[in-house]
Design a protein around this ligand. Structure first.
Ligand SMILES: CC(C)(COP(=O)(O)OP(=O)(O)OC[C@H]1O[C@@H](n2cnc3c(N)ncnc32)[C@H](O)[C@@H]1OP(=O)(O)O)[C@@H](O)C(=O)NCCC(=O)NCCS
Length: 193
């Protein structure tokens, strides 16, 4: 089962990162590089991504394309509807079609923060995932990452608990505590009644 290559929302488009090209890698790299100092606080990959070549090989080919083909992860670039400018990315990964579950992750460029684009992207992506047969979607974030937690909460995900000291946080040099937020298909159906 695959998710659509393009997903349309009110103000934005989600464009599938299933067909790697070097130009796309360069565009993604430039956007992430401009927000590197903010992104590296909460995400591990900026410190491992030092060029468009890294972006192309390790992200677009080895992660996005491979996961898309294996039908276990679907990553999208977010753009405004009337523009090719990349605002950030959203993905659903760790998909189990047996358990009918997956995990949403996201980031935005500094210049795109504070407009509600991520809430719109999460709603658009979860809708396609639930329609495709997924039953449970989780979002995980560091308990100190308040902006990310705010997105999860505002999108209607329920905080199921905190996994204490479950992952090494290289940036802060500590084991981090991780929020687990979840939405079930039945929750989503109620929202759309
Ligand atoms: C997490 C992250 C994506 C959140 O971005 P964001 O812009 O705060 O989230 P949204 O796009 O949902 O926007 C919500 C904000 O837009 C504002 N907003 C403006 N217009 C809006 C609209 N039409 N609809 C909804 N919100 C709107 C809201 O008031 C809200 O701001 P506030 O919480 O300060 O009041 C961003 O901070 C980020 O990329 N952080 C670094 C990477 C990261 O932490 N990723 C997650 C790892 S778990």
């Amino acid at each position: 089962m695959k998710l659509p290559e393009q997903i349309e929302a009110k103000r934005i488009m989600l464009k599938g990162l299933n067909k790697p090209s070097f130009q796309l890698a360069q565009n993604l790299y430039d956007v992430a590089d401009q927000s590197r100092e903010q992104l590296r606080v909460w995400l591990p990959w900026p410190d491992k991504t030092h060029s468009a070549e890294d972006e192309y090989t390790h992200y677009l080919v080895e992660w996005c394309q491979a996961h898309w083909e294996a039908e276990v992860g679907f990553a999208y670039a977010i753009t405004k509807k009337d523009s090719e400018q990349i605002l950030g990315c959203v993905d659903i990964c760790h998909i189990s079609w047996t358990d009918k579950s997956g995990e949403i992750g996201y980031w935005l460029a500094n210049t795109a923060v504070g407009h509600g684009y991520m809430q719109e992207a999460v709603h658009a992506l979860e809708s396609e995932a639930f329609k495709a047969g997924i039953n449970r979607i989780i979002i995980k974030n560091d308990t100190r990452n308040l902006r990310s937690a705010h997105v999860s909460e505002r999108c209607g995900y329920a905080l199921e608990g905190v996994m204490r000291q479950d992952a090494w946080d290289e940036y802060h040099g500590r084991l981090r505590d991780t929020n687990i937020w979840a939405k079930l298909r039945s929750d989503w159906e109620k929202e759309h009644e």
